[in-house]
Ligand binder design. Structure first.
Ligand SMILES: Nc1ncnc2c1ncn2[C@@H]1O[C@H](COP(=O)(O)OP(=O)(O)OP(=O)(O)O)[C@@H](O)[C@H]1O
Ligand SMILES: [Mg+2]
Length: 326
């Protein structure tokens, strides 16, 4: 089976195609990038792909999870310290910015950083220079920054609610890549499930052919709060316990089977609307659900692609893409 992809990032939805294009653009330039998306949407994969395709590919790629480092150690981790600069600094430490010279730093969970570190980071972004803790000399480092956050940071209200400083946000968001959650790019679910099954077959030396239709239906309506990571885990687990030719509902955890009975997205239509307006609303919402994929929208609506095109023209609808425009 053919998997539409960019490196190891699989996706067939319109938003993933836009993202593939954004990765290419980011890799061809040297500007800093801000990757936004819920947990498990593939931010790490995207950061690695940008580095691998950039002119820095032969330099280091240094991922740093800001949320996983003790608060008091973050500055020393990033900028290093001189021997004796604080209690416990028994030797000089080279920080990530120095280590990553000529390469890329991936700063994950950036909005968990303390305010003072955000100010230091902003200064580094503006001057490309920094000082080790306790050091006098300014050190220059040629580093590209890819930052990531799983917070919703789409407008100024979101930013004010977040711990991320507005000035740092503006500095980082010159080039952003927003990954929509899996539930709003329904057309990726099937292809990802098949891809993870193929991986699981190779890993566990099994030969499972595919998924029963009802499993795919459940996958299609479940809201996937853990996004692609959750889907990958569910497929792996199912592949381990499945002894039949295809994965069946019994191989899927109960919580997924039960929560998915409700449709992920519902449309409430007030009484009094003319039928033509209702038709327009349903088509618009379905196109948003499939992320602009007209073939899938036509399938869901039970009409031909041509009929859908005619209705799109009739209602003067255009596809809405949720990823920031190019
Ligand atoms: N489009 C995709 N194609 C293939 N695998 C994917 C895709 N998106 C995510 N994955 C897989 O899902 C898992 C989670 O991805 P990743 O770690 O990149 O997410 P993340 O957004 O960085 O999550 P977090 O916010 O929790 O750090 C990984 O195993 C990754 O390989
Ligand atoms: Mg990550």
């Amino acid at each position: 089976m053919h998997f539409p992809k960019f490196d190891n990032i699989i996706g067939t939805s319109q938003s993933m195609n836009v993202i593939f294009q954004r990765i290419r653009q980011a890799a061809a330039s040297d500007i800093n990038v801000f990757v936004l998306g819920e947990s498990g949407t593939g931010k790490d994969l995207i950061a690695q792909a940008i580095h691998r395709h950039s002119k820095r590919a032969h330099g280091p790629f240094l991922p740093i999870n800001m949320g996983a480092i003790a608060r008091e150690l973050v500055a020393s981790e990033l900028f290093g310290h001189q021997k004796g600069s604080f209690t416990g600094a028994t030797a000089t430490k080279i920080g990530s910015f120095e280590q990553a010279n000529g390469g890329t730093i991936f700063l994950d969970e950036i909005s968990t950083m303390d305010e003072s570190i955000q100010v230091s980071l902003l200064r580094v972004l503006e001057t490309s220079k920094f000082q080790r803790i306790g050091g006098k000399r300014f050190i220059k480092s040629d580093v590209r920054i890819i930052a990531a956050s799983n917070e919703k940071l789409l407008n100024l209200d979101d930013i004010h609610e977040s711990k991320l400083r507005e000035d740092l946000y503006h500095r980082l968001s010159v080039f952003t890549i927003e990954i929509p959650p899996l539930r709003s790019r329904g057309s990726d679910i099937q292809i990802l499930a098949r891809y993870f099954l193929k991986q699981a077959n190779a890993e566990f030396d099994s030969d499972i052919a595919g998924f029963h239709d009802e499993v795919m239906r459940v996958f299609q309506t479940y809201p996937w709060p853990g996004n692609v990571r959750e889907l990958k885990n569910i497929v792996q687990r199912a592949a381990i316990i499945c002894k039949s030719k295809n994965i069946k509902l019994e191989h899927i955890p109960e919580r997924i089977r039960t929560t998915s009975h409700k449709p992920a997205q519902a449309l409430t239509v007030p009484i009094g609307l003319p039928l033509s307006t209702i038709e327009k609303l349903v088509i618009q919402q379905t196109l948003e659900f499939t992320n602009g994929n007209r073939t899938r929208a036509a399938e869901i609506l039970g009409i031909s692609r041509r009929a859908l095109y005619n209705k799109i023209a009739l209602h003067k609808l255009c596809n809405k893409i949720t990823v920031s425009s190019l």
